[in-house]
Design a protein around this ligand. Structure first.
Ligand SMILES: [Zn+2]
Ligand SMILES: [Zn+2]
Length: 266
């Protein structure tokens, strides 16, 4: 079986990734991928919101970088996408972004649980020690649920990102997962198996097997992503991700073309 598409990778425009899209494309062919998608961190309406994404005036440059990779590697299918931060109240901005280019898909990701704290930020790691861990996870999954309900995203990114630094609640989170995954199913929204978690302190794919099991029971579709921030990370640990997906029962994932969903086997 061919490897599933790698739909999550970045470019230097986000200021914390290295290598040009052409380098990612070359690597994709080396690891026998036949389809990839660039989904760099989208700009915020305010460029000074934080310092780990492209600016508004770089969006055209981003698209041109991806187009160049498409021209240089015609033997590889390359999709144009964004990883869009979901914060409540940003819906109109996300619709504005959607209208600016012919995107193949949007990954909706929650990093921020307040307007100033991204739970995965190494610079803000100390924040965790001041917070109730279950409280953070609750807000995180509430925002993830809202993101799915907006209908603005084909895919929800790294669904249990708060585990990155191993701050895990002792309380049972199953009801949080259930609510989120019910919303994902109802709104025809996939979740991604994101292998970047294996490269972080949590040493585990996002999301956990437990969440993926509930997702499968509810019929929530999946995609795959390496979340590569460097060319050598493209397709990384995809065999593990495929194995995990198959172990809970998945045989199919989505391909995304012009914001339409297609089912494919892996
Ligand atoms: Zn990033
Ligand atoms: Zn992310």
């Amino acid at each position: 079986m061919p490897l599933p598409p790698d739909y999550h990778m970045h470019t230097p425009l986000c200021r914390h990734a290295s290598g040009e899209p052409v380098d990612y494309a070359r690597r994709a062919l080396e690891v026998s991928l036949s389809e990839i998608g660039f989904s760099d961190h989208s700009p915020m309406r305010q460029d000074d919101f934080d310092d780990w994404r492209m600016r508004n005036d770089q969006l055209d440059e981003y698209v041109e970088k991806v187009r160049k990779a498409q021209r240089d590697f015609p033997q590889l299918t390359i999709r144009l996408a964004l990883e869009v931060d979901y914060l409540p109240g940003h819906e109109d901005w996300i619709r504005d972004l959607a209208a600016r280019h012919p995107w193949d898909y949007f990954i909706g990701s929650v990093h921020y649980v307040t307007d100033s704290w991204a739970v995965d930020s190494p610079a803000k790691l100390k924040e965790w020690a001041t917070r109730d861990v279950f409280g953070v996870w609750s807000v995180y999954f509430e925002r993830l649920t809202k993101a799915a309900e907006t209908g603005l995203f084909e895919v929800i990114g790294h669904a249990d990102l708060p585990k990155k630094f191993r701050y895990r609640p002792t309380r049972d989170c199953t009801p949080l997962y259930e609510t989120f995954l019910t919303a994902a199913k109802k709104n025809n929204c996939a979740i991604e198996l994101n292998t970047a978690g294996l490269r972080k302190d949590c040493k585990e794919i996002y999301p956990s097997r437990e969440i993926l099991q509930i997702a499968f029971q509810k019929g929530v579709p999946i995609t795959f992503g390496s979340d590569a921030h460097a060319p050598e990370e493209v397709g990384m640990n995809f065999a593990d991700a495929v194995q995990l997906a198959q172990a809970v029962g998945y045989k199919e994932c989505w391909r995304l073309v012009g914001r339409r969903r297609e089912v494919t086997k892996f």
